[in-house]
Write a protein that binds this ligand. Sequence first.
Ligand code: SF4
Ligand code: SF4
Length: 465
Amino acid sequence: MNNLAKKFHEDAARMAADIQHRNTITTALGKYAEGRDKKIAEFQDWQGARQMASDIKQGVHTDLEKYLSQLTEKLTARGTHVHRAATGEDACRIILDILKQKNAKSMVKSKSMTSEEIHLNHALEKAGYRVVESDLGEFIVQLRDEPPYHIVFPAMHLTRYQISDLFHAKLGTAPTSNPEELTMIARKSLRREYCQADVGFTGANFAIADTGMISVTENEGNSRLSASLPKTMITLIGIEKVIPRMQDLALYLPMLATVGCAQTVTCYNTLYSGPRQPGECDGPEEYHVILLDNGRSEISQDPVYREVLKCMRCGSCINVCPVYKSIGGHTYNATYPGPIGSVLMPRLFDLQKFKHLSFACSLCCACRDACPVKINLPHLILKNREAASTQYPKFFERVAFKCASLLFNVPFFWKWGKRMGWIGQKFHPLIEGTAIDPARCWTATRKAPKLVWKSFKDLWKRHSK
Ligand code: SF4
Ligand code: SF4
């Protein structure tokens, strides 16, 4: 077991026993689920919309280069500088070069999971630049010096009281539990940053090939400010986010808002087509778009895994996953947590390093049913497991599964196996205290079901007589 896997198991055991954490997450996701179901009901044909969204994306990924060329051509024609980055390091280098050319000292950022994927903040700070996150949730986790907890709700794990304490400690503001007042504190602090920043940075949700536009969907308006106040603007986007036509947004924008944050549409939906044109009153003087590959081309060549590129990063699969709800986002120690992360992290990075994530799944299939673009995540998780175990076979695991197969298939073994368990369970309290590592014992955080000597069938026979 590698160090990441070991830490994952330790943190998962600890978090699963943390009742306060579970209550915070269950409350937050309970409200989300209620709102999402209402918004889904507003669609005339939700299943038809899912199928269409899936088909469009699938079509793009079988001919990705064609759409990327079209997008690049249109963006360049309006004066945008388009860069292709093969790896995360390349993307960081391109951004650092732009900052250097512009003699910049600071950058204001709107939310971008792709920038988390390439550890952009770390690279910029290491080079001496000041980076400020402007999304409220991201601003909070940046103050706490921790990564986002969730790909859509970065500070979901925190209560307003914790945020108040944080602002008091870091910004010197008076304690308050009023969410509006807390938002105003962040807003006041961020306004200064927008005005002082030399460069604005945004992520993006879609790149439209036929018009050459970048679509950003948000609720706070921070991305708009990041784009319109600084003189230079940079957008980083994964190459899989390209969609063929402008009209496709009519499907994707409401769908993303519905499953992402239980809204009909988000408050702000902006299209960026290039730098400020003559006669326009706002917008950046210079616009750079970085198209990030980082393993995506390789995935698009794989007929099985290609479907994961349809992902819109809506977070819907995460919100329904019982494992995520139990262990929380930080336990995954990965840019993308939950079901999508369990598939993507081993594919984008290293199968060996992240293979443990594919085993953190009960195969309940809730994520597959929640995904708006119909990605069969449990199937891909199983494929990851298969790939991991072909490369690294475990003899004892195979023996254990053979024994389990005998136990469940042969009635004699099942009957007597269960009875042996009944006897063994009597000694359990003795074993429990002396287990090698009690924290990792299955019953450390839950009650084991009581086994019985007589089965329902035995009792039925007796009573029938
Ligand atoms: S199938 Fe696995 S990853 Fe998907 S929701 Fe269920 S437990 Fe989570
Ligand atoms: S896999 Fe599907 S549900 Fe999960 S984030 Fe991506 S689009 Fe959303």
